[in-house]
Each structure stands twice: as C-alpha cells, then as structure tokens.
Design a protein around this ligand. Structure first.
Ligand SMILES: [Zn+2]
Ligand SMILES: [Zn+2]
Length: 216
C-alpha cells in the first residue's frame, strides 16, 4: 500500500473527527487521489479504519498512527513557522514531509524545545506526548512559558496559544504579539511586562498562554 496516501487518509480522519465529521464522501473529496477508495479497503482489512453506512472512522491501530502523525505535523508547523520564521505556506508543506519520518525521540526533543505547545499556528490542538506530562526541569527549553522566565529577564514572544481567539487581537493592540521584546518585571499578583518603555499588567491566566524565547 502507498504509505504516504495511507498516512494522509489517517491524518484527514483525525482532523475531520475534530470537526465532528465522518462522511466517506467528504474523506474521498478531501484526499483527492484516485487510489483513495482502494487504499481505504486495504486499510479496513489492516484494522486501521472502520467503514460503515457511508461513514469512515479510525479503528484502534489507525488511531495511534493518526495521533502520532498529527502531533508531528503540528509540532513541525510551530517549529518552522514560529522559531525559524518560515512563511505559513512553506511551513505547512515542510510539516507534511517531516511528519512521516520524525522519530519518537526527535519528536520529544522538538516538543520540549518548543515548551510543549498546546496548539499549532492554526490554533488546532497538538496531541500530547509523554514529554508533556513529565516536565524535565534539567533540560532548558529554547521556548518557554512567560511565567517560567526569571523576573528582570528579557524575552522575545515566539507564539501565543490563546484559549479564546478573540484574545489575540486585544493582546496585539497592546503590543503583545510574536516578535515583541518584553522584559518581565513582576509575576505576582499579576504579570507586569515592559514593552518599548510601556509597562503593562496582564492576568496570570493570559501569561500562561504566552511563549517566549529568553534574550540574553
Ligand atoms: Zn496547523
Ligand atoms: Zn511535550
């Protein structure tokens, strides 16, 4: 079986499920490859998907693979888009390539390096890995949550992963956006930052959602 096509199908099934979709026809049109229906039959035999009543869903074996692929894809998007500052289109294309070959240990390193981001640049959730729960303090990540920065330190905002998308605009209007250089002045009772000689106070819940790279 064409492995790349198989992976594409699994990944699409994962993101369709996030939107509550499972129609066979939607899957076929989303994949847009003449071999898709043949591949699906083989995948059903292999225990990767379950097909019934014009619906397709992930079966147990497919579930684990789809989860890994999605995790690698979305982590790679964060890496290329936010850290290496590659454009969105190119980040997306590169993510589609690397998701097939990142090994489990490299994936963990990338995740730790990025401070275990909860979402991709499109705001979609990144499936959690083992590294995300056992937070290794001995490994200094490149990107960390704002709250982990020492008081008095400077950092560059790398990305913001807000629980509400409406928040991004409000933060941006205050100058809190990727690329901004901040200095952390205080953590309690609220977070106080300095950006371009302006002092701002933000709620600690919002500080949880801002990821920075320390500037020495
Ligand atoms: Zn994405
Ligand atoms: Zn992690």
């Amino acid at each position: 079986m064409n492995n790349k096509l198989k992976d594409e199908i699994l990944e699409l099934l994962w993101s369709m499920r996030e939107k509550g979709l499972k129609s066979y026809a939607d899957l076929i049109s989303g994949i847009n490859d003449s071999g898709a229906s043949d591949a699906l039959l083989k995948m059903e035999k292999a225990g990767l998907v379950a097909i019934s009543d014009n619906e397709v869903q992930l079966a147990e074996k497919g579930e684990a693979r789809a989860r890994d692929l999605t995790r690698r894809h979305r982590l790679a998007e964060r890496l290329f888009h936010d850290v290496l500052e590659v454009g969105m289109q190119e980040s997306e294309e590169t993510a589609c390539e690397v998701e097939h070959f990142l090994s489990p240990s490299v994936t963990e390193s990338v995740c730790s390096f990025l401070g275990h981001p909860p979402t991709c640049p499109h705001g979609k959730p990144i499936p959690r890995g083992e590294c995300c729960s056992r937070y290794k303090k001995d490994m200094k990540p490149l990107v960390m949550k704002l709250k982990e920065l020492d008081i008095g330190s400077k950092g560059r905002i790398v990305f913001i992963a807000p629980s509400e998308n409406s928040r991004l605009e409000r933060l941006a209007s205050m100058g809190i956006l990727p690329g901004s250089i901040i200095r952390l002045k205080q953590k309690r009772p609220s977070f106080v930052l300095e950006i371009d000689e302006t002092t701002l106070a933000i709620d600690s819940l919002i500080a949880e959602e801002i990821y920075v790279k320390e500037k020495k």
